[in-house]
Design a protein around this ligand. Structure first.
Ligand code: PBE
Length: 264
């Protein structure tokens, strides 16, 4: 097909699920005949978003809550339709959700939580001795630590940590609490408890492909076929195949597309 004359650059943020979804998007475009260049793991949200805005990449997977609050600086997270009205002003288009919500959650060791009788974020206020190791991005974001701490009256002083090292730091008791992503594949492996967000502080973070408003319609059509293809449990399982079973992102994405009948 004539899609072969079009090269699409697929980007991603620099965390496991970002790479995996980047591979999924890249392979789907390849199935439909596009030439694909991969620029995965560009960095944190603002870097990757900037790469899309300025044309270094043509697509990456973002999350609705992140787009609304960390990028557009809104106080809440509107529907995808409303978000799209705003996106237009930024010359962007938000495609339909891949089907899952990957929310932030604070986690701690299950046994320690049960010993201290901690179940919810509000409970943390009664335990000022707990050590918080939070990701650098979470500490700074609109939907992150500062407002969360005010909301739940937490006076802890967090230290910054790489997300990829945080669960091991909890296991080694260097820290007690970190910000997890709810679809991480290793939450069970590390025996972590996701603390309940009783007041729904966190918005929804539905995974959505993000493209520029003038994107090639054939590319948009190819990506729209991924709408609703995942759910939270499936995404957690796929992330786990990488972190627990040592499969590559490309392998996991390939096998998933095959299982969906989208690839031979
Ligand atoms: N999240 C959870 C973050 C990291 C994973 C979707 C809220 C984000 O990338 O915006």
């Amino acid at each position: 097909t004539n899609n072969a004359n079009t090269t699409i650059t697929v980007g991603s943020k620099a965390f496991n699920e970002g790479y995996l979804l980047g591979e999924l998007v890249a392979q789907k475009l390849e199935i439909d005949g596009f030439n694909v260049e991969r620029k995965l793991g560009l960095g944190k949200t603002i870097i990757t978003y900037g790469a899309l805005r300025y044309g270094d990449i043509d697509v990456y997977v973002e999350y609705t809550g992140t787009l609304a609050q960390a990028i557009f600086k809104l106080k809440n997270t509107p529907s995808i339709e409303q978000l799209n009205e705003l996106a237009k002003q930024h010359e962007l288009k938000v495609l339909r959700s891949l089907g899952f919500n990957n929310t932030y959650a604070l986690v701690m060791d299950k046994a320690k939580a049960s010993k201290l009788e901690i179940k919810t974020l509000a409970d943390l206020a009664k335990h000022p001795q707990l050590k918080f190791g939070l990701t650098h991005e979470f500490i700074k974001r609109e939907d992150g630590w500062e407002k969360l701490a005010i909301h739940y009256q937490l006076n802890h002083q967090p230290v910054g940590i790489e997300h990829g090292l945080a669960y091991e730091a909890i296991q080694a008791e260097k820290i007690d609490i970190t910000d997890a992503y709810s679809t991480d594949g290793d939450i069970d492996k590390f025996n972590l408890l996701l603390l309940e967000d009783n007041d729904d502080y966190f918005p929804r973070y539905d995974a959505v492909p993000l493209v520029r408003a003038n994107a090639d319609p054939a590319m948009v059509k190819s990506l729209e076929a991924l709408a609703g293809i995942l759910d939270e449990a499936t995404m957690q399982r796929l992330n786990g195949e990488v972190v627990n079973q040592g499969k590559t992102f490309a392998e996991v994405a390939h096998q998933f597309l095959v299982s969906q009948g989208l690839k031979k």
